[in-house]
Design a protein around this ligand. Structure first.
Ligand code: SF4
Ligand code: SF4
Ligand code: SF4
Length: 295
């Protein structure tokens, strides 16, 4: 057991024993060596299930939504991306910061689970980082009540907008062709929506029967779904990369979100969502001094 796993178990045990929180949400080892999955601990004797390893990529922030109405506090482990997800939910007035206890974990970057599985357990150490971690600008939690360990340097080795450079050079027809092929693969499983901390509406437009989107999984509907979701999280997307990581069809969803984020940066000035719940919210709040040259 690594030192940080021992420490997080100790913190969780104390919080539950003193009844300072009702539940601790963290990660436990999954079925395979390359899975670390969310776990919900309510008894001090169960803290031994908690772990912290190189496969804790799952962003836990959204899981708080299911427990926002419980009495008392819920504790949650937060990496940089989880913490930004928490700020997203606070700024969207979905959760109450006063009902959370955040245990911050500086994050060295998570291994690409798919590549680790291909390499096998013995060679898994050679697996690269998850794509989202290669572009991560905030590996240290931006909000927490207690921090476990020392802050780490920025993980991202790639410019977060580098991947969209080729896309931006395409003509409108080429872009249509490219995204049509990508969204032809979509099976409308909604995993990208379900993991997304910015997709937090009480009722999602895509769950309203066939009012807005027909059930058939086909090109037009799939693209409509992808575009509506991208614009709905515009300015609120925390760039955690969970949508793309969760997609079973390897659709490069983050290219849509990064393109919108890049445009917002160019139009409204440097901006990253989820850093400050009291901060600006381009496209989410109207101000008379907003730039409008592009309108
Ligand atoms: S995106 Fe950043 S904080 Fe999140 S798992 Fe990757 S390196 Fe860690
Ligand atoms: S759209 Fe994707 S990257 Fe953005 S917040 Fe949602 S899951 Fe994270
Ligand atoms: S996760 Fe991928 S396959 Fe599933 S709905 Fe989203 S884009 Fe489509």
């Amino acid at each position: 057991m690594n030192a940080q796993t021992a420490k997080i178990r100790e913190i969780a045990k104390e919080l539950l024993e003193k009844q300072e929180v009702q539940m601790v949400i963290g990660w436990e080892k999954g079925t395979f060596f390359y899975n670390s999955t969310p776990v919900f601990i309510t008894k001090p004797e169960d803290v031994e299930r908690l772990i912290w390893d190189e496969y804790c990529a799952v962003n836990l922030a959204k899981l708080l939504m299911d427990y926002r109405h419980v009495e008392g506090k819920v504790a949650l482990f937060v990496k940089g991306c989880d913490a930004r997800g928490i700020n997203r939910l606070i700024q969207d007035k979905v959760i109450d910061r006063g009902k959370t206890y955040l245990i911050g974990l500086p994050c060295p970057g998570m291994k690409d689970a798919g590549k680790a599985a291909e390499l096998g357990k013995d060679k898994a150490g050679e697996a690269p980082l998850e794509a989202k971690c290669l572009r991560c600008t905030h590996p240290n939690p931006v909000v927490y009540d207690v921090l476990v360990g020392e802050e780490v340097p920025v993980t991202g080795k790639e410019d977060r907008f580098a991947r969209i450079a080729d896309l931006e050079k395409m003509s409108p027809d080429e872009k249509f062709e490219y995204w049509s092929k990508q969204y032809d693969k979509c099976i409308r499983c909604y995993a990208c929506r379900n993991v997304c901390p910015a997709c937090n509406c009480r009722e999602c437009v895509f769950d309203q029967g066939q009012t807005w989107l027909e059930r058939a999984v086909e090109r037009g509907g799939n693209q409509f779904y992808g575009l509506v979701r991208a614009f709905h999280v515009a300015g609120r997307c925390i760039e955690c990369g969970e949508c793309e990581r969760a997609c079973p069809m390897d659709i490069p969803i983050m290219d849509l979100h990064h393109k919108i984020a890049k445009d917002i940066n160019e139009l409204f000035g440097d901006y990253e969502a989820g850093l400050d719940p009291e901060g600006p919210l381009p496209l989410g709040m109207y101000k008379t001094e907003d730039p409008e040259e592009f309108m």
